[in-house]
Design a protein around this ligand. Sequence first.
Ligand code: NAP
Length: 246
Amino acid sequence: MEERKTVLVTGGSRGIGKEVALKFAEEGYDVIINYVSEKTDVEALKKEFEEKGAETLILKADVSKEVEVQEVIKQAIEKFGKIDVLVNNAGITRDNLLMRMSEEDFDKVLEINLKGTFIVTKAVTKYMMKKRSGSIINLSSVVGVSGNAGQCNYSASKAGIIGFTKSVAKELASRNIRANAVAPGFIETDMTNVLPENVKEEIHNQIPLKRMGSAKEVAELIYFLGSEKSSYITGQVINVDGGMVM
Ligand code: NAP
């Protein structure tokens, strides 16, 4: 019988991260997810994953805090012995125009989106290197490539993730570890639900496919990049955006 594989998805309690974790569970992976908000219904989440047949570990941890991340990885290794795929998905926005953006909002977004990706990747690759295999997928965004008014902190963090991904891909290729970035466009989740209708309408008009994407559509690409089907792909940034940025 083939050995079961394990995926760690940060911010797997909602939105894209949850769909990604559910996709891997459906495909026979065991799942580790983390979340940060007190409101998260851990028992209900656990049930959803277990119904897909996945052994599941759900832990509260802020990805920007190294000590908390190390505890997650410790427990994951104790339970599963390895992490085959890492999806650095946890992320936040604190949008504002440059002139109105506080230093605190700039720092917070960089800390969670970019430094969080660094902290988790460093902790997990220690085990991937020992195994000489692994796939890392980092959530960037089309605005990390194109920029976006009102998101200088967020787009800087997502551009940073692209440089980070390419460097890690070069550094770890000799250990058979791949690293790729996924750049979603405008995806229907809590993150985009807060936008006013007129802004959503404006964005729709900039998308050749004339609609928002679903978290499931992003999950399909991430699953492909995690699997052996993408064994010759590393250091790439792949958009999933209905043609928004070409
Ligand atoms: P979301 O619905 O707002 O969910 C965010 C997830 O991240 C939640 O699970 C949340 O946990 C977790 N999280 C937030 N801060 C965290 C922290 N400090 N430590 C650990 N977990 C944390 O977001 P989404 O729309 O699914 O986005 C997921 C990723 O895709 C993000 O990196 C985002 O930048 C990127 N992305 C999204 C879009 C889009 O249109 N939606 C487009 C491009 C890129 P709690 O549930 O505990 O709060």
